[in-house]
Design a protein around this ligand. Structure first.
Ligand code: SF4
Length: 243
């Protein structure tokens, strides 16, 4: 009896996942038509992306980019950054905000990479499964789930899905994750639903959609290309989608 129950439950779970995956394909098709097709292109090396992402935590790109450029211009190598004082790093990144905390994270992370790998190189992560590679990064100071996923996705093209505020909000409104899901859980759930080949596209398109249309305060549901399949449309507009 319990075997049959487990079997039925298994079928239901698989069926739900397949429905959600089909929904994601449709979402990506509609968003690509709206914002354009996106292909992953390799960015900087993983250590640079790691440092850049630590600098971008809790601040805008407008603040963190100049801080990163100034850091690169201030020291000739990552080895140098790992060996100077936190105060010197703090001085180099001061335009980025939270300088002292981030300087400590950057120095600590670089020292740990050197201690564990003997060099400032993270390309070996590409040969690990995503969860293992992310766990390795998350043992570094200042590196959480999102930062680790950014490094794996943007520098190494691995299917790790960073869930930022836009991805989190839009995914909830679209019913891909429920309202009680935590950000950490959302990483795992969305990664299980989004095909590996579409993770980069999903991440970028949901951010774009969150910035332009599905805004935090006043989502522009009437103009939204996802209106017909969004379970939140009626809540925001006051009536069901009518085309
Ligand atoms: S219909 Fe509204 S809530 Fe749903 S995705 Fe579009 S903007 Fe967001």
């Amino acid at each position: 009896m319990s075997f049959i129950f487990s079997l039925i439950l298994g079928f239901i779970v698989v069926a739900c996942i397949m429905v959600a995956m089909a929904g994601i394909k449709r979402i990506l098709k509609l968003l690509s038509a709206e914002y354009g097709e996106l292909q992953w292109r390799p960015q900087r090396n993983p250590v640079a992306v790691l440092v850049q992402t630590i600098l971008s935590q809790n601040t805008s790109d407008k603040n963190s980019r100049p801080a990163f450029q100034h850091l690169l211009a201030s020291f000739p190598s990552w080895k140098e950054v790992a060996n100077v004082s936190v105060e010197e790093i703090c001085q180099a990144i001061r335009t980025g905000g939270l300088g002292k905390i981030k300087a400590g994270y950057i120095k600590g992370a670089l020292q740990e990479i050197q201690r564990r790998q003997g060099k400032f190189d993270l390309t070996f992560l590409k040969d690990l499964p995503v969860d293992q590679a992310r766990d390795w990064l998350m043992q570094l100071p200042g590196v959480g789930m999102k930062t680790a996923s950014v490094v794996l996705l943007f520098s190494l093209g691995m299917p790790a899905l960073p869930v930022d505020t836009h991805v989190f909000r839009v995914s909830k409104r679209l019913g891909l994750i429920d309202s009680k899901t935590t950000v950490t859980k959302a990483h795992h759930i969305l990664e299980s639903l989004v095909p590996a080949a579409n993770v980069y596209q999903f991440h970028i398109l949901l951010i774009e959609h969150g910035r332009r249309t599905c805004k935090a305060q006043r989502p522009r549901c009437i103009e939204c290309v996802l209106g017909s399949l969004c379970p939140s449309y009626e809540k925001f507009v006051g009536q069901p989608w009518a085309g």
